[in-house]
Design a protein around this ligand. Structure first.
Ligand code: 6GU
Length: 233
């Protein structure tokens, strides 16, 4: 079973990098099928207008509902309910758990807004037809949803069976598996001494129990220092 992604944007070229690296390989292997759509194909005026001034006043522009309505009519299949993901700084925080949940789905549609956002009726109307999740990457402001769609796509696609060469690296990393809720421990490779800096001796010991304990310690110390919020969960 493969995952279908439709991404709608007024800057489709922003998503070109999905053809690179691991996601590109997953596309070529048939594990994921990604289509990027220019929202302006669903406009009908000479200027291909997608935005207008906000009712109630205020700065900036808002995306008009009509092109989005037509886009979603075209992309939501008859008799299926893909999940609509709307990247927005006012969405629910994107987490590894949400990535894992989305990796279980068969069809995701991303609606990448620009300007001050999409007319809220688009989301309300879509929610009468399909599950809608508004998602935020964090507490800062981007210019549009495209980078968020890239981030979410990468986090989801690497969880699909067959995408990662070594599934054990999935189990070991931060935010999932054995050291769940802890940041990753520091890692080292050859040479054992570089610019006067030594690799911690325990890692050269061959004592796997000692190494595991050291790594857990390091992960804990880092988490206490950088992300104490993760320890109080
Ligand atoms: Cl998902 N979108 C935008 N435009 N800005 C953001 C974001 C998303 N997450 C954090 N900032």
């Amino acid at each position: 079973m493969s995952l279908r992604l439709d991404i709608v944007s007024i800057f489709p070229e922003y998503l070109d990098v999905l053809g690179l690296s691991l996601v590109g390989k997953a596309i070529r292997s048939g594990l994921v099928d990604i289509a990027v759509h220019d929202l302006r194909q669903w406009t009908h005026d000479r200027h291909r207008t997608v935005d207008d001034t906000p009712y109630g006043g205020g700065a900036g522009m808002v995306m008009r509902p009509e092109p989005w309505g037509e886009a979603l009519d075209a992309l939501i299949p008859e008799g299926a309910a893909p999940t609509l993901i709307v990247p927005t700084p006012s969405g629910q925080p994107f987490t590894q758990q949400l990535a894992a949940d989305l990796a279980q789905e068969s069809h995701l549609i991303f609606a990448c807004g620009r300007y001050e956002g999409i007319d809220a009726r688009v989301i309300d109307h879509a929610a009468t037809r399909v599950p809608v999740t508004e998602v935020s990457l964090g507490d800062y402001v981007l210019n549009g949803g495209e980078v968020a769609a890239l981030v979410i796509t990468e986090a989801v696609v690497r969880l699909l069976p067959g995408v990662l060469g070594n599934p054990e690296s999935l189990a070991e990393e931060s935010h999932s598996g054995e050291l769940e809720h802890l940041l990753e421990y520091p890692v080292f490779t050859k040479p054992a001494r570089w610019r006067g800096l030594e690799v911690p001796e325990v890692l050269l010991s061959g004592n796997h129990a000692l190494i595991a304990a050291w790594r857990r310690d390091q992960a804990l110390a880092r988490t206490r220092e950088r992300r104490p919020d993760l320890l109080s969960e």
